[in-house]
Structures are given as C-alpha cells and as structure tokens.
Design a protein. Structure first.
Length: 255
C-alpha cells in the first residue's frame, strides 16, 4: 500500500469487515473505548473488552449482545495494580478461547494532574507513567505471541497533541505520551520484517470524553465531536484497510 495516500478519516467500514477477527480494546468501558468496541462488533469482530470496572464492561457487553453481533468477552484488569500473574492469566485465557489476536487497541490512560513539574506529586507521576506506558508495554509483551499467530494483526496506540509537542503544566500525561510515541516507533521497526503485525499510533484530538472534561472543565461538551463520530478511522487502522501501513502516526481531526 502507498502509505502516503492512506487516509483513515475517509474510511467507510463495510458490512462484516471484521468478520472472523478478534480485537482487544483497553479502556473499553466508556468513551472512545466503548464506542470503538461497539463499532467493531457491528462490523463483525469478536471483541475482548478490557477495563477495570466490571459494571461498565458488562454494560458494553450487553449493548453488543443487543446488536446481534458476535459475543464479546470481558477481561477485568486494573492496569494500575495488575501483577505479572494477572497479565499471564489474561493472555492464557485469550489463547484458550481464540488461539490468536488480530488487533489490539491501547486506549486506556490516566490524565493525572495539570500542574507545574516543580509541584508535581511524585506518586501521581508514577501512577500516570505506569498506566500509560509500563502497563501498555507489559500488556503488549504478553499478547505479542497471540498477535504473531494472526495472518494480519494490528496494534494501535493512542497519543495526544501534547505527546508530540510538550505543553506547560501537562506533566506526566504529556511525558507519558512522548514515551508511547517512541514505543510505537521501536515496536513497529522490530516487527516489520519479522511478523505480519503492524504498529501505528492515533491522536484522536478533542473528543467529548470524561478525560477531556477533567482537563477542560469549563469547555462546552456540545462543542466537541462524540467518540462515535470517530470510530471509522479506528476501524481503518485496526482492520484490513491499513494492511501494509506501519510505524505511522495519524491525527483523526485536522489541527
């Protein structure tokens, strides 16, 4: 594929585009994760819903069932507190049920505090870096054998504008997203010639989510696009439309 002409924002998902594909979504209980999970299920995917709040995951699971889509799976996992054994158990369960993984969306993240570095709370900094970077690394490492077992797998990381250009007071969140950008580039190069796994990164831009509300409490939610309005681009990057595209960064919304 000519990567210079690939434009996920123009993608129009086809019926059953993801039929037979198994996709894991982190942070699947709300916001972008929930919206993408529902869109994937609508397109025929078997979706694995990973998140820390069982009640929210069960709600999304029920929504997928109501669509008449393939049955989803629930993986309760608190990325802040999970131990090595928890990741191993998760990967073993996915292996036992599906035998492979065709897509992995890293969507879960913590914002932390918007405060000067000089005053930044050290435990909060460590929590944000752990969830946004270390947990994503560990999860990816445990799932790579399953991704390699696929004939056409996609790993999609989530970044932000402050992960490409630092901004005052964004502290650990901005720093963590710079790390995720580097992680994407390293992993893409390592896998490009040794597997059928492609690795890309997406910047969704301003979206009507709880994290956006936390960062900009005075902003009118009605002025922002909904997560549902952005799902086509995610499907393009997670599915067959992006075959051959790796190591790239995509902004869903124009700057």
């Amino acid at each position: 594929m000519n990567t210079t002409t690939f434009e996920p924002r123009r993608h129009h998902p086809a019926p059953q585009e993801f039929a037979g594909r198994v996709i894991l979504v982190t942070g699947a209980g709300s916001g972008i994760g929930r919206a993408v999970a529902l869109a994937l299920a609508t397109a025929g995917a078997e979706v694995i819903l990973l998140g820390r709040t069982v009640r929210k995951l069960e709600t999304v699971h029920a929504e997928i069932a109501a669509l008449g889509a393939p049955e989803a799976s629930i993986v309760p996992l608190d990325l802040e507190r999970a131990l090595a054994a928890d990741y191993e158990a998760m990967a073993t369960a996915v292996q036992a049920r599906y035998g492979r993984l065709d897509g992995l969306l890293h969507n879960a993240a913590l914002l932390g505090a918007l405060t000067p570095i000089e005053q930044y709370d050290v435990p909060t900094f460590m929590r944000v870096m752990h969830v946004n970077v270390t947990a994503a690394f560990v999860l990816t490492q445990h799932l790579l054998p399953l991704l390699r077992a696929s004939k056409d797998a996609s790993v999609l990381f989530t970044s932000s504008g402050v992960g490409q250009r630092g901004r005052a007071y964004w502290g650990a969140y901005s720093i963590s997203k710079f790390a995720v950008e580097g992680f994407t580039q390293v992993l893409a190069q390592e896998l490009e010639s040794t597997s059928a796994v492609r690795v890309n990164i997406v910047d969704p831009g301003k979206v009507r989510t709880a994290m956006r509300r936390q960062a900009y409490p005075s902003e009118l939610p009605e002025s922002l696009p909904t997560p549902e309005s952005l799902t086509a681009a995610y499907l393009a990057l997670l599915g067959p439309a992006s075959r051959g595209v790796t190591g790239q960064r995509f902004s869903i919304q124009q700057a």
